[in-house]
Design a binder for this molecule. Sequence first.
Ligand SMILES: C[S@@+](CC[C@H](N)C(=O)[O-])C[C@H]1O[C@@H](n2cnc3c(N)ncnc32)[C@H](O)[C@@H]1O
Length: 228
Amino acid sequence: MVGSVEEEVQRRQAAHLREWHRHMMRRFAPEARSVLEVGCGSGCVMENVSDVCSISGIDLDPRQVASAKEKGLDVIQGNALEMDAQDDSYDAVVCSFYLMWSRYMEKALREMIRVSRGPVIVMSEPVWSMSCHDPSEVWDLIEAQVLSIRHRGGDPDAGLTMIRFLREMGAEFLFGTVPLEMRLHDMEDNIAFEYEYSISKGFDLEPVPNATLLVPFIWACINGIKGV
Ligand SMILES: C[S@@+](CC[C@H](N)C(=O)[O-])C[C@H]1O[C@@H](n2cnc3c(N)ncnc32)[C@H](O)[C@@H]1O
């Protein structure tokens, strides 16, 4: 199923982005009572913010939904491109690493805007092909990730694609890059994981020692479409 990323990957990403998720909720939806996460997967992002808002989720993949439910989260199985929810049902709608797996990004954005009476908060979408890296041999890993995401039907540069769609749609939005802070050890641990992951997917890679790799993520807070 497109975008059904292993729970271990979701857990790692959500752990690094925990403070960011909490900041985004406080910054853009401090009063929100009912929040929906679209493409919530196994619920790692929901767990990060469950004490700052009341959040429910929707995901297409029944295995992800079952895993989120096991954590006691309020999640339903459904297609976020055609939700049953009425217009303006939620105080805010959020998503994280969802648009990169949506084959119909404009539709995905419009549907989130439709069901939210407040903002649509896009926590993070990657721009893999513009990753900062050193030494240059790390490019092989980046290339493997880009190919692997494309091969699985995703968009490795979804952060930029999203901005293009929002611009064309005439959306009102704020956006930027996600500020991340981590220890050197955490980055090295991530890189080791990325190598292991890519090798497990069949890429012939030799891990580069003492490597630096930073993948830019783009966020957005969408406040509707001009004139709609
Ligand atoms: C990479 S996971 C992200 C999970 C979670 N948001 C996070 O950041 O940890 C992407 C999720 O989007 C879901 N997804 C993709 N297309 C979908 C759709 N049309 N409707 C609902 N969920 C969808 C996938 O099943 C997957 O669980």
